[in-house]
Design a binder for this molecule. Structure first.
Ligand SMILES: Cc1ncc(COP(=O)(O)O)c(C=O)c1O
Length: 443
């Protein structure tokens, strides 16, 4: 199928119903601030920061200029056995923002690579300290850690796993999901639950595998891709304690919650819990250039360096051709500068309250609404599914919103809005009102 400027025959779109898309293409050709231009000349508000990436909004000159300057200075340099100045600058900045002794940054290019990298670090670290038998990973139901075989295995979204059978890692278990239906409505606060979501970890999962065999537990501080499900108060602190008790590494996947979404540097700061590794991607470069990474605590790096091998031998056999790409690192430094100069994390926290208030006052009582959750600069409205057609109601609403000029995110039968930190109240009003009209239209 051909349009004026492009032919759709060759591009197989990711995580997209391609057959439907070809009938109703949604193609962006430009973006500025909060607004896209589409191939058919329409304006669409980016209500999801282009999947949690574009914290500072689109087309930010300081980031664009830094990239152009870097291209003219050092376009690329091999990442193995040598490095580039921008990689050290970016790592220093990121480590300085991270809590506790999360001080050592391994770069990669995406959240999926960050997940696999962190799992590999966990195995290599335990082996280096003489506990190579620790090779069980524990994730959580409905968790999302990207699409590599490691991340997919510890992830818990059934549709992402069902085609891959025995190719998934064998020694993986999953904790139960954190949603308590008694807490369907969460308004700008941490939920408090009577349910003990970690009892099962302590009483069934760890005894089953024996804690001495467990390498790491990996969780998203807030379950983002599943539809913005919030951990109950105290959950992450207790998870930290359980991991400490048994010598298990705790990995936070902060690909969504990192770099401002919660109004703080990281979710770890919001919840006051320091993991052993912290995975990041997306907003670190404002989404402009792919970058991901894992920030490790000093003890992990130090252990890996404590080896009897001669000095010419690599300590950790892992890395990507584009780890610490100079252009991505220059983009990261410029992005982090911009977040700081414009106080954008604080703004995210403030605008999150505005978004949450708008969600609760607008959606409560609308047809099919069975839950509303807001915290940080993201909010979700959960709808009852159409019988026998899970996800259809939210997808139809998503399409309808797009036609009306608002990009929102369907996740199962949840709709999420998570705008850039520069969002104004007028954008929030438009996004929320458009979504509410579509919820009513699709009742
Ligand atoms: C928590 C989390 N981890 C990992 C990923 C995968 O990131 P990527 O798509 O960059 O591989 C995502 C993507 O949304 C994510 O939300």
């Amino acid at each position: 199928m051909a349009y004026n400027d492009f032919n759709m025959d060759s591009h197989w779109l990711p995580f997209t119903p391609n057959r439907q898309f070809r009938k109703e293409p949604r193609v962006f050709t430009g973006a500025d601030g909060m607004v896209f231009t589409t191939h058919d000349g329409r304006k669409v508000i980016d209500g999801i920061s282009s999947l949690w990436c574009v914290g500072a909004g689109h087309n930010r000159k300081p980031i664009n200029e830094a990239i152009k300057k870097q291209l003219d200075t050092l376009d690329y340099a091999t990442a193995f056995q040598a490095s580039n100045d921008q990689a050290f600058l970016a790592a220093e900045r990121i480590a300085a923002m991270a809590p506790g002794d999360l001080n050592k940054v391994l770069f990669c290019n995406s959240g999926s690579e960050a997940a696999d990298t962190s799992l590999k670090v966990a195995l290599a670290f335990h082996r280096a300290r003489g506990e190579g038998h620790r090779n069980v990973f524990i994730g959580r139901e409905r968790g999302y850690h990207g699409v590599g075989f490691g991340g997919m295995s510890v992830g818990g979204i059934p549709s992402n796993r069902k085609a891959y059978g025995t190719a998934l890692l064998p020694r993986v278990d999953h904790m139960r999901f954190i949603h308590d239906p008694a807490n369907a409505y969460i308004h700008n606060r941490e939920p408090e639950s009577q349910e003990d979501f970690l009892a099962e970890l302590e009483n069934r999962i760890l005894p089953l595998h024996d804690p001495s065999n467990v390498a790491a537990v990996i969780v998203e501080p807030v379950a983002g891709s599943a539809g913005w499900y919030l951990p109950p108060k105290g959950y992450l602190k207790r998870l930290r304690e359980i991991c400490d008790k048994h010598g298990i590494l705790l990995i936070f996947d902060e690909v969504i919650t990192g770099f401002g979404r919660m109004g703080t540097n990281f979710g770890a700061d919001y919840y006051g819990v320091v993991p052993d590794m912290l995975n990041f991607a997306k907003a670190v470069t404002n989404g402009v250039i792919p970058m991901g990474g894992v920030i490790c605590r000093d003890k992990i790096y130090d252990q890996m360096m404590k080896t009897d091998a001669p000095e010419h031998v690599i300590e950790f056999f892992h890395g990507y051709t584009y780890s610490g790409h100079p252009v991505a690192c220059a983009a990261a430094v410029a992005t982090l500068d911009l977040y700081k100069q414009e106080n954008l994390f604080q703004r995210a926290g403030e605008m999150g309250k505005v978004l949450g208030d708008a969600f609760h006052s607008t959606f409560k009582g609308l047809p099919n609404v069975i839950g509303i959750r807001s915290l940080g600069l993201a909010a979700a409205v959960e709808l009852a599914p159409i019988a026998g057609k899970p996800g259809k109601r939210a997808f139809d609403i998503y399409l309808d919103c797009f036609k009306k000029g608002s990009l929102v995110r369907p996740a199962g039968d949840v709709l999420v809005i998570a705008p850039a930190y520069i969002v104004e109240k007028s954008h929030i009003d438009t996004l929320v009102n458009t979504l509410a009209d579509s919820v009513k239209a699709n009742a």
